[in-house]
Design a protein around this ligand. Structure first.
Ligand SMILES: NC(=O)C1=CN([C@@H]2O[C@H](COP(=O)(O)OP(=O)(O)OC[C@H]3O[C@@H](n4cnc5c(N)ncnc54)[C@H](OP(=O)(O)O)[C@@H]3O)[C@@H](O)[C@H]2O)C=CC1
Ligand SMILES: O=C(O)[C@@H]1CCC=N1
Length: 272
């Protein structure tokens, strides 16, 4: 028997997970979404054939699993509104920063798994970090791995605070990669390539380097050294980056994301 899964919030990330589930053959009759936007509901129905409603109702009582896919800012209100219908369910949160303790208080349940996916989930190439509260059973964990695994890889962490690191690294990470692609495309265009050519070269370079790193047993540092001929072009580029302390800046950026995840936990999670 397949699980009945309810999504609270039917935006980008919920759609990515629903897309992954339906692609893996999860019956659409076993997916219900609570989503206030009429346009989003219509799109979920037509794209995936799932049931979508504007607010909580008795239909949610059938849910074995509830996936909280609302913005952190509205989690508290959404949680209070829906809690009465989903008392017996396993809860999975994808909201950045919001601690399990807050969710447990809002939902009167400690059967909670907090997770952090990323947007490549949209094409089944995501990676999700997961943390389980103590009361979550091994079977619950398997269900979570199965559900989030429909969107890519999964990594369980032992301590809840590690999820803020996952958020800073892979949750926000696709944006850093796109940012670098933007910079490489701009520079290529300034050097005389068309934007189309520069974009194609930048994207293919990211994919190629990523797949090489995945296939290789060597560390990225070694792979980088292999590109870097003595006195050559790569050496010139890496020296310019080192002179501007790009690695330090990058690390600072990740720590800023990490700090913001912790801050969001206090800002939006403390209203219990
Ligand atoms: N985007 C990303 O890269 C990632 C996001 N996340 C987390 O995923 C969560 C969702 O993000 P994302 O999908 O990008 O956001 P979206 O804004 O695309 O989706 C959230 C949806 O929730 C709806 N909503 C608002 N209030 C309620 C409510 N009370 N009940 C039910 N639904 C409601 C919103 O409707 P309306 O627009 O009408 O307000 C919107 O459609 C966030 O908590 C974020 O931290 C996690 C990993 C990556
Ligand atoms: O920017 C954010 O807060 C969310 C969480 C990770 C990616 N997007």
């Amino acid at each position: 028997m397949s699980l009945h899964i309810a999504f609270i919030g039917g935006g980008n990330m919920a759609s990515a997970i629903i897309g992954g589930l339906t692609k893996q053959g999860h019956p659409t009759s076993g997916i219900t979404v609570v989503e206030p936007s009429e346009d989003a509901r219509a799109s979920l129905r037509s794209q995936y054939g799932v049931g979508a409603m504007s607010a909580g109702s008795d239909a949610l009582k059938a849910a074995d699993v509830v996936i909280w896919a609302v913005k952190p800012q509205v989690f508290h209100a959404a949680g209070l509104a829906v809690a009465p219908w989903v008392a017996g369910a396993l809860h999975i949160s994808i909201a950045a920063g919001i601690p399990c303790g807050s969710i447990a208080t809002w939902l009167h349940s400690d059967r909670i798994v907090r997770t952090m996916p990323n947007t490549p989930a949209l094409i089944g190439k995501g990676i999700t970090g997961l943390f389980a509260m103590e009361r979550v059973t091994p079977t619950d964990r398997e269900h979570c791995t199965g559900i989030l695994g429909c969107t890519g890889q999964t990594v369980w962490v032992e301590r809840e605070e590690q999820l803020d690191a996952v958020t800073a690294l892979s949750g926000s990470g696709p944006a850093y990669m796109f940012y670098l692609m933007e910079a490489m495309t701009d520079a290529g265009a300034q050097m005389g390539l068309s934007r189309e050519q520069a974009h194609k070269l930048a994207v293919a370079t990211f994919i190629g380097a990523g797949e090489l790193a995945l296939a290789s047993t060597e560390a990225p540092e070694v792979l980088r050294q292999r590109v870097t001929s003595k006195g050559g072009t790569t050496h010139a580029a890496i020296s310019a980056m080192d002179a501007s302390e790009v690695k330090t800046l990058f690390s600072k950026a990740l720590f800023a994301a990490h700090a913001r995840a912790q801050e969001m936990g206090k800002e939006f999670g403390s209203a219990v």
